[in-house]
Design a binder for this molecule. Sequence first.
Ligand SMILES: O=C(O)c1ccc[n+]([C@@H]2O[C@H](COP(=O)([O-])O)[C@@H](O)[C@H]2O)c1
Ligand SMILES: Cc1cc2nc[nH]c2cc1C
Length: 349
Amino acid sequence: MKQFKIDNTDKRIISQIQDKLNNKTKPIGSLGKLENIVSRVCLIQQTLSPELNNPHILVFAADHGITQENVSKYPSEVTHQMVLNFLQEGAAINVFCRQNDITLKVIDAGINADVYNTPKLIHQKMGKGTRNFAKEPAMTVDECSLAIQLGATVTQQIFQKGSNIVGFGEMGIGNTSSAAVLMHKFTNLPLNECVGKGTGLDAEQMQHKLQVLQKAVNHYPDIKDPLEIVATFGGFEIAQMCGAMLQAAENKMCLLIDGFIATAALLSASQFYPAILDYCLFCHQSAENGHKYMLHHLKADPRILNLDLRLGEGTGCALAYPIIQSSVNFMNEMASFQSAGVSTEKTDN
Ligand SMILES: O=C(O)c1ccc[n+]([C@@H]2O[C@H](COP(=O)([O-])O)[C@@H](O)[C@H]2O)c1
Ligand SMILES: Cc1cc2nc[nH]c2cc1C
């Protein structure tokens, strides 16, 4: 697997960050989680005057062999159809990116159809969907390594265009099944806490999904190596996203983490390089059942939004972005007690 160089952020400037926050014209701590968000951005950028430049959202799309087991409410074709919708600017993620001036790129990591070329599309298809991991590993370890490497190149392209903040989204019918098993393998939480309704299964259908996934997990009792786990149960979009995230952390960019599947990609990436977590902003807590437990496992705090979203596509990242902008702007633009001549405490008289 490609090697990355990812260091923990240098915490020595924390006291200067805290002093600057405390000198802003507000009661100490009163901007709540905005203060935690900008502190993290300052640590990533090693500055007291952070900047958000050329924000991007990368949506990785691929199909999943596990859909043959009837684990999603929607047919596989929706992956391709929604990608066409992204390219035609009609999806939720297009709306929110337009609203917030975020550049959107869509990556064909392994869709089960040929997608036409447009400037928005990055073509790095690994195949026409993974194999069915209920029957055989979703991909080989070599395919998984290649996916990680290809994902990294996408981040490199936008970094070279001056981007220092990137959100990760995905589109792939069946991918909550992959994400649930990755979560189970990497957190050791019981599988039933990791499995959820995805695109909208009812209770009975969810029971079927749980049974399918439990049987699949039982097929491979001995795998412990993280790369082998991602290869066996992952998806092409999850593996590419994992590589893209690792490259973003190496580049000291801010990583915007979306919902259940994107967080499973991050959880996978953190098995290789735990320091990646220092570079993440957790944009929202999804309504998908396992997400809150996965975020807790990752000590993900703050969780910027809690809007019961369960769409994916990077929508949580695009929605959280203006809040992150507000946190950076107050750090840079708000007056201090000294500059505004505001008293910091009562004087005796
Ligand atoms: O981001 C989330 O938390 C999220 C939760 C549930 C579903 N999704 C989206 O729904 C699709 C996967 O759901 P499913 O039921 O086909 O496994 C995939 O395209 C994801 O983007 C996304
Ligand atoms: C319509 C639709 C849109 C999506 N966007 C992300 N996952 C999705 C799943 C479905 C089914």
